[in-house]
Design a protein around this ligand. Sequence first.
Ligand SMILES: Nc1ncnc2c1ncn2[C@@H]1O[C@H](COP(=O)(O)OP(=O)(O)OP(=O)(O)O)[C@@H](O)[C@H]1O
Ligand SMILES: [Mg+2]
Length: 322
Amino acid sequence: MAGLGEHITAMVRSHAAGDDSAFYSVALQVAAREAKQGHHVLADDIRRAVDASRQATPRRNVTKLAQPRGDLADLIEASHPEVTLRDLVGPKDLTERLRQVIAEQRQRKRLLDHGFAPTHRLLLEGPAGTGKTMTAAVLARELSLPMLTIRLDSLLSKYMGETAGKLRLVFDAAAERRGVYLFDEFDALGADRSGSDVGEARRILNSFLVFLEQASPESIVIAATNHRSILDKALFRRFDMVLTYRLPDKNQARAVIKGRLGSLLRDVRWERIDPHTEGLSHADLVKSSEAAAKAVLMRSETQVTPDDLIVALKARRSASLG
Ligand SMILES: Nc1ncnc2c1ncn2[C@@H]1O[C@H](COP(=O)(O)OP(=O)(O)OP(=O)(O)O)[C@@H](O)[C@H]1O
Ligand SMILES: [Mg+2]
């Protein structure tokens, strides 16, 4: 267990970075250490102080917050995901860039004090099932923020003015309440829904971009799409970072399967399995692994064999690729 000096150093660092949840978590570690040494009264005092100060700063205490209310209730769905960056399988440069976003957000106070905004506007694009929505969840989890998914069906109204008003509500919320705001299937915003007025969709997209431009750097705004081609190139420049997702290569496919199956999978000869993973998405691989695992467990066995996996991968391929 870390000593007092290390705990104080960690607390000073997290204080400087404005990372409340890390700060409290170190305080609770100190409480645990004191309890272990038999100092129960002191340990209780520390825990109570942490609880009280978390409650005293509700706007900054973003770890667990209720569902949005009022006008926002229909527009935004809050969740508190558990997936971490370690769960996300992807090329190294992708995970490195996400690490960078997390680091900048953690140190945002320092950056903002010197006139620099942390990366907070992300565009994620790539095929279905490659981890775009998951990335929003990972960022929320790593930063101890709620994930706030915008319901596009509620956002998009027949009337342009109404949609712009709702967009304003969402961006006001992002300035008020720190979180990871996800516009999933973002292309729907720029798509022509009525069939009659092409300019209308364009105006909605433009009003989104105006709000994005002024978005508070306290929250992360993510737009995700799997239709890159329909998005305007000029639009890409409006984001601080554009991340491209791709289908997994052989090694990433292995990592996804291993990650999902854990100890159910041992000493597998991957050469047999590899050809069957080609062209499948991360999501397909997770689903196949789950199907194989269930089949094995229902036979009262404890190990997934290559044959189990191959059967599941083949079934998935025909289901997803037709
Ligand atoms: N890169 C990845 N690493 C590990 N698991 C992944 C990855 N991508 C997807 N998955 C698994 O597949 C599920 C679905 O993925 P996700 O919803 O993030 O895909 P998406 O890219 O948002 O797809 P869509 O374009 O259809 O919205 C995840 O919850 C996770 O279990
Ligand atoms: Mg998605």
